[in-house]
Each structure stands twice: as C-alpha cells, then as structure tokens.
Design a protein around this ligand. Structure first.
Ligand code: ADP
Ligand code: ZN
Length: 350
C-alpha cells in the first residue's frame, strides 16, 4: 500500500492506494462518531464489511445511479443525519462510486457548515478520478454538477478489494479517465501502451490507479479550485463527453470521455493545435479501451448541451480542452456553429 499526499491549501489530504487501504478506515475515523453514506448496491455487496469496520455507525443507503444525484437525495441524507443526531465533530464516510462520493462530499460540506469526510471509492472511476480533489456536487435543472462545493476529504481509501465485483462496463468507465491521464502524463501514457494487454487485469488497474492519483494530486495541489487553469487539463474529452452524456445517456461517463477525446482529436488537428500524427495517437489510445467508436444520430444538436457547460466563458461559444502533444494541452473557444460542425463527424459514422 502506498500513501499519496495531496497538498491543497484548504486542507491537505492523504490517499491510501492498494491492498489493505480499507483496513485503515477505523483508524482514519480515529474514534470519532462516523456516519456512512453509500448506495443500495454497495450496501448489499459490502454492508457486512462496513459494519465490521465501523461497528454501530448509522448507514444511509441512497438509491444507486446518477439520476438520483439530486437535491431530493441530498436532503434525504440530511434527514438521516439529523435523525441519527450526527454532531459537528463527526466524520462522514462516503463509501461507493462517484455518485456517492459527490453527494456524500457535498452533504459533509454543508451539514452544520461542514464536517470531516473520508472517501472510500468503490468504482475504478472514483478511485482514479472523482474521489481525489475535493469536488462535490449534485445535478440540478438539467445541468450536471451545477450545485456543489470544493470540500477536501481528509483521507481517501482506494482499495482494489472493491474492484472484483465491478461489471465490465464500470471497468471500461474507469479506463476512460485512466487513458485521459495517459494523454496528460507522458510516463503514464507509455506505461499504458507497454501494458496494453493487461488493461482489464485488476492487479494492473490497481497499480495504474495509484499513478493516476499521483498525477491528479500534483494537479490539484497546484490549482485546488480550478482558478489558475492548471486543473483545466483534467477536462480533456469532457466538453464533448458531457454533452453526449446529457443528450444520449445510457453509456458510462468514462466511455463518453473516450468518445469525447476521440472527436476532439479531429478538432485539435483541424484547429492547428496538434500534428496529424498526434491526433492519430490520441485516437489509437482511445481505441485501447474502445475499439469501435459508435455513431450518434443528430450529434450536431448536442451543441445545445455543450453551451450549458460551466467551463464556457463566452456567450454562444464552446470551450474545449485539446490534447496538443504528449503531456501537452491547449484550450480553444469555438463559435457554436463551428463546434456543431465538428460534432457532425459523429453523425457521418451513422
Ligand atoms: P461512477 O463511480 O461510475 O461515477 P456510480 O457511483 O453511479 O458511478 O456507480 C456505478 C454503479 O456501480 C452503481 O450502480 C453502483 O451502485 C455500482 N457499484 C459501486 N461500487 C461497486 C462495486 N465495488 N461493485 C459493484 N458495483 C458497484
Ligand atoms: Zn470525468
């Protein structure tokens, strides 16, 4: 097991990566009162382990899925916390995938103006990405993650123990963010290519997850609240990915990020941000996890969703983060019509 420090200004956190991380939960809570937020699936799979790690702690199991990441569920968590008489000195343990991490984190940020939170990510996506960095949110008014806060966990426990029960779709989802990291960090990219035959092997995934956490810890430490722009790099593939996700649903977030990076490689090439060779490298990297890029009927219309993105700074224009070379990136602000034409590439495949 490895311990990675995330040195953010608001509150430094530690990420335990590897086998044995979950066994540290009791010690992390440190004898304080604990309140567990999880979802019904994770409760069914790991309820006993939770009870053993935190005997007597109240558990609030919310319904699983992004569609429940809303104000209703958030306030149900508050109801449960009040009913259990949770104090300000308590520690909220968010144990589950990205949805639980986002909502549990936000509940911790708001309850009595903020209580400590320990994140125990149980999906590959949450282990490599969402549990580190302190972003918490719910979706509201049809906009993803629009109501939220930066709230750093004191500890994140990434244990491969949880990965054994993940369906292949969830593994592919995590691979989306792992391959994204591979485009942002040349060493991670090389490792992924060198081990491309092992991308579904849990031992390898748990090793590369630690590399992704180390990378993200560096980025987040430099730019905790996405102010200086350094943290923007983590949005690679996400402008298009989020727009497609909102319009079409069904596939996982990570898959949409992969499709987003694939499409944005054409934008980067045509906008003169990268060489044709690098654009091809991006597409080949995406194909390591997603051999066939699906077609999307009516993809041009997704520009509506891209225009809603919080990252946009100009009216009527879409901000896209592009891979400019190995480990390099650049932001471009495209007029809506031009961005819509690029989206058309996804229709041509239909
Ligand atoms: P993500 O982490 O991909 O953002 P979710 O929090 O929505 O997404 O989790 C995805 C799904 O996987 C949910 O249905 C959740 O209940 C389930 N899940 C979470 N962790 C595990 C696990 N370790 N094994 C099996 N299923 C899990
Ligand atoms: Zn993402």
């Amino acid at each position: 097991m490895e311990i990675i420090e995330v040195n953010t200004k608001s509150r430094p956190s530690r990420v335990y990566c590897g086998e044995g991380a979950f066994a540290e939960l009791g010690a992390c809570v440190g004898g304080k009162e604990a309140f567990v937020v999880t979802d019904t699936n994770v409760q069914r799979l790991y309820g006993e382990q939770i009870a053993r790690a935190l005997p007597g702690a109240p558990v609030c199991a919310v319904p699983a899925g992004e569609r429940h990441k809303n104000e209703k569920t958030l306030f149900k968590i508050f109801d449960a916390m009040l009913a259990a008489g949770v104090h300000r000195s308590a520690v909220l343990v968010a144990l589950g995938g990205g949805v639980v991490g986002d909502m549990g984190g936000l509940a911790a940020a708001l309850y009595m103006r903020g209580i400590r939170v320990v994140q125990v990510p149980t999906t590959l996506l949450a282990q490599v990405d969402s549990s580190v960095g302190g972003k918490t949110a719910i979706d509201y008014g049809g906009v993803k993650n629009v109501v939220g806060a930066f709230w750093q966990p004191d500890t994140v426990l990434c244990d491969p123990l949880f990965l054994h029960t993940l369906p292949p779709r969830e593994i592919r989802c995590g691979l989306g963010e792992i391959l994204k990291t591979g485009l942002l960090d040349a060493a991670v990219g090389e490792k992924l290519w060198a081990s491309r035959g092992r991308l579904h092997d849990l031992a390898f995934l748990s090793e590369i997850a630690a590399d992704c956490v180390r990378f993200k810890a560096r980025v987040v430490a430099e730019d905790e609240t996405e102010k200086s722009g350094v943290r923007k790099c983590l949005n690679l593939g996400h402008t298009t990915g989020h727009a497609l996700e909102l319009a079409y649903g069904r596939r996982s977030h990570g898959e949409y990020v992969l499709i987003g990076m694939w499409l944005e490689s054409f934008i980067a090439e045509r906008e003169g941000v990268c060489s044709p060779e690098h654009a091809q490298y991006v597409r080949d990297t995406v194909r390591l996890a997603l051999p066939r890029i699906p077609a999307f009927r009516g993809a041009r219309d997704c520009v509506r969703y891209a225009l809603l993105d919080k990252k946009n700074s100009e009216k009527g224009a879409v901000s896209v983060l592009l891979s400019a070379g190995k480990g390099e990136y650049a932001e471009r602000i495209l007029p809506a019509a031009r961005y819509a034409d690029y989206l058309g590439i996804l229709e041509e495949r239909a």
